[in-house]
Write a protein that binds this ligand. Sequence first.
Ligand SMILES: Cc1ncc(COP(=O)(O)O)c(C=O)c1O
Length: 355
Amino acid sequence: MQIEPFGLERWFAKYEHEADVMLAESGIRSLPASRFDTDPGDLGYVIPTNGDPDFRADVAARYDREADEVLFTCGTQEANFLAFLSLLTGERDHAVVVTPTYQALHAVPEAVGDVTRVALEPPEWELDIDAVADAIRPETSVIVLNNPNNPTGRYHPLENVEALYDLAADNDAYLLCDEVYRLLAEDPLPPVASMGPHGLSTTSLTKAYGLAGLRFGWLVGDREVVDAAWNWKDYTTISPGLFGQHVAKQALGDQEDDVLAENRALAADHRDRVRAFLEEHDLEWYDPVGVNGFVTVPEGFENGREFCRTVVEEESVVLAPGDLFGYPGYFRIGFGLPTDELEVGLERVGRVIAD
Ligand SMILES: Cc1ncc(COP(=O)(O)O)c(C=O)c1O
């Protein structure tokens, strides 16, 4: 089994530590730990290792599901990873993945099985349902969507998601939707795991809540898939982190409304600021949901990589080149950072464009 290097992580590893401004982080700025009680008591494993049953029942209720249809994981990353290991087995080892997307959503299934990518259509990043239908084979076990999408910020409407769900159901497959940005939408769609037995949802507290360091997420859906994922989890991280679960109970409890309202307000305000900046510099994007935008490269630069390299080397601001998502003519900007940092970052990027 081979896996390609995670291009975005390698790019960050090269520049992020030294740079002044991180304008490529895909989530919302992190909340301080002081906002929560951080004493979970004795530092054992979470028992049972799939997560506190009462808390799983609370999370499951958000999807009209039972506690045993939820597996707590170390972030969405582990939830997706375990889901792919569970789904792509034997003769059903093919996945249809809607791209561009977060690299893990095609690289992991490519490592363990076979993938057909179906491209969204720029500039609106429209989903072509017929192209997905054409890509399905008898051995397809899963259709993979990220909604809202990283890197484009495209939020596919309910009828399209339902059409994908129906395709999955008609082919005795699953629709796996990475919904890590879902709660940053003003009007979130119902999660895919609540649509019926063929829906699987993954998410975490990383992006919408600003709690990446908790490494707390989950997979929810069909019990057979969740059990198989738990089976794999015994070999990855055994249980979710105890601190993560302890703080997650508070973040999804009394604090949830405030945290989400603050974060959505920040995302909306920053989207306005970035939109104004792009208009000023004649750059285009699809007006995104969440805190990522996929922007056309300014004139005078050969491609997104050259532009991003110039910006980081001359102005110490990290952006993400579009080729990391298969689109060299774009770059990704992440605008969930604190407002003062966003303003400094935009001013510096503006200088590079003006020069
Ligand atoms: C679509 C998507 N899924 C998963 C992740 C990883 O998230 P987590 O911190 O929940 O593992 C990211 C991070 O950028 C992402 O964009």
